[in-house]
Design a binder for this molecule. Structure first.
Ligand code: SF4
Length: 458
């Protein structure tokens, strides 16, 4: 190690990428790299990319263009900056990235972050390096754990990856190709990581995976554990007061996982359960493996187990062949379930996926118009859900200072941001808050001595 160097990691996309970005920083920390919030003073720039969203690759190339100018400015001042592209776009495009954007020195696929120190050394030595193989060794075995100081600086809420990859092959999705088959981490490694985080002050853990509820990791005594078994064990870690998991597939909502929503008070009453469309015809074309009725039946069982559960979801509009009638079935489903929030996107074909080859691609203007109507329906439901919270007392986990002096911000059990006038000494703590006002995306409240009705711990 030779003195300290600065590392700038820009993360695109989902929580999996945020988690991976943190692990990359942790892996480079022993090499003397300190994280910086600006690309301009970095020695190594990593763009951790996402392939899910529309025009993902184009966005990455435009960001590389910006970083190229940063690199050129640094070079004019005699400083050598290395640009690395990581994540799903790196996995999908490989050395094509360096061909199209020669300013990039290193391309590293999503399974190989533990090799970053070697790859950076190789890129500095040989000019370029590319590693997008799916390795036989497990990257989790080699990725460094964060230092206590790094954990503290990242706040009281942390993600822990428990599985990667997906075997479902939805016809619109690149994940099975960019992240590979489902792999689950051994339970004891996850529990040890959660214990370390709790020890450093983390109070809320979200177990994450592309298809998290397909978790099937090795448990004690050589038995394979389900996600429900893992949640039960993680709930016992001293100091952990809130648990969540994301993202789930409806087909993997097993009986024991549904029961966990009743049995584990630390499991928050909020679940992200993507459905993508309300039309059986489109669900079949998407290869989701279930229809609308099955989804509604799962939701009913979840609500039996945990009546105060709120659901969020993902939707794609304008999948090939989607008619106005199919789309109306989606709007109808949004109102029937009353989601507390949802992400919605226009379908855009991903090269190499079956959806991209399908006939009856929907006109762009029709997609835009449907997206606008769907987002209005989602916003209306979210606003209604937020308004219904007014007058209720909920537990809030305070995370950071608010925008105005004397205010701090935390999250409700339903992940809503809650702004409260309270001392900053409460940051990192749970407290009961009575909600006094609802805005479209956040709530306002006041500390109270009343016990919280929703969510454990306060
Ligand atoms: S289940 Fe999720 S990650 Fe897997 S293919 Fe379908 S959309 Fe992609």
């Amino acid at each position: 190690m030779t003195g300290s160097r600065k590392l700038y990691v820009k993360s695109f996309g989902c929580q999996m990428n945020v988690y991976d970005s943190q692990r990359m920083a942790d892996t480079l920390a022993p090499e003397g790299y300190i994280e910086t919030g600006t690309a301009e003073d970095a020695d190594v720039i990593i763009l951790n990319t996402c392939h899910i969203r529309e025009k993902a690759a184009e966005k990455v190339y435009s960001e590389i263009g910006r970083m190229r100018r940063v690199k050129e400015t640094a070079a004019a001042g005699g400083r050598d900056v290395l640009i690395a592209v990581a994540g799903c776009v790196a996995q999908a495009e490989g050395d094509e990235i360096i061909r199209r954007a020669p300013a990039v020195d290193l391309v590293v696929g999503s399974q190989n972050y533990h090799r970053l120190p070697d790859l950076i050394a190789r890129a500095r030595r040989d000019g370029k390096a590319v590693d997008t193989e799916f390795p036989v060794d497990d990257k989790f075995e080699h990725l460094a754990a964060p230092s206590r100081a790094a954990t503290r600086s990242r706040g009281v809420s942390a993600f822990v990856t428990v599985q990667e990859g997906c075997d479902k092959f939805c016809t619109f999705c690149v994940v099975p190709y960019t992240r590979g088959a489902e792999v689950s981490r051994p339970a004891e490694k996850i529990v040890a990581e959660v214990a370390r985080l709790a020890d450093a002050g983390v109070r809320e853990i979200t177990l994450i995976g592309q298809n998290v509820n397909a978790y099937h990791g090795m448990g004690p005594a050589g038995r394979v554990w389900s996600l429900a078994q893992l949640l039960e064990r993680v709930a016992q870690v001293h100091g952990i007061e809130r648990l969540r998991y994301t993202t789930s597939h409806p087909l993997d909502m097993g009986d024991d996982l549904i029961a966990a929503h009743c049995d584990l008070p630390v499991l928050m009453p909020q679940l992200h359960l993507p459905i993508q469309s309300g039309s059986d015809r489109i669900l079949a074309a998407m290869n989701r493996g279930h229809g609308r009725a099955e989804y509604l039946a799962i939701v009913a069982r979840l609500l039996d187990a945990r009546p105060d559960l709120a659901l969020t979801s993902d939707f794609i509009v304008g999948f090939p062949g989607e008619t106005e009638e199919d789309f109306r079935a989606t709007l109808d489903l949004v109102d029937e379930i009353g989601f507390s929030g949802a992400f919605s996107f226009k379908y855009s074909p991903r090269p190499g996926t079956p959806g991209a080859e399908m006939d009856e691609q929907v006109d762009e203007a029709v997609k835009s118009e449907r997206l606008r109507r769907l987002q209005q329906a989602i916003d209306d439901n979210q606003a209604r859900f937020n308004r219904d919270c007014v007058g209720r007392t909920v537990s809030v986990l305070f995370e950071r200072p608010g925008r105005h002096g004397g205010q701090i911000v935390g999250r409700s059990p339903y992940l809503q941001p809650v702004q409260v006038e309270a001392p900053s000494s409460l940051i990192g703590e749970l407290a009961a808050v009575t909600i006094t006002e609802a805005a479209s995306n956040s709530l306002f409240g006041a500390l109270t001595q009343q016990p919280a009705l929703a969510g454990a711990g306060a």
